[in-house]
Design a protein. Sequence first.
Length: 69
Amino acid sequence: MRPVVVYTLSRLGLFAVAVAVLYLLGLRTYLLLIAAFVVSGLASYVLLSKQRDAVSEQVVQKRDRPTGN
């Protein structure tokens, strides 16, 4: 569960930073959220690859775990 929490909080943090930076640069309309979404998505693709790999590894391990049925 921990990798999922770390990855989610990291994505939210990147989004918040993107909103703040774009706001300080003068973007104050509804385009602020759209631009922040795109910028944070691109940044997370580059910066959060280790966390994304950890999440996918955890998902695979849970899926491959034998059940008690």
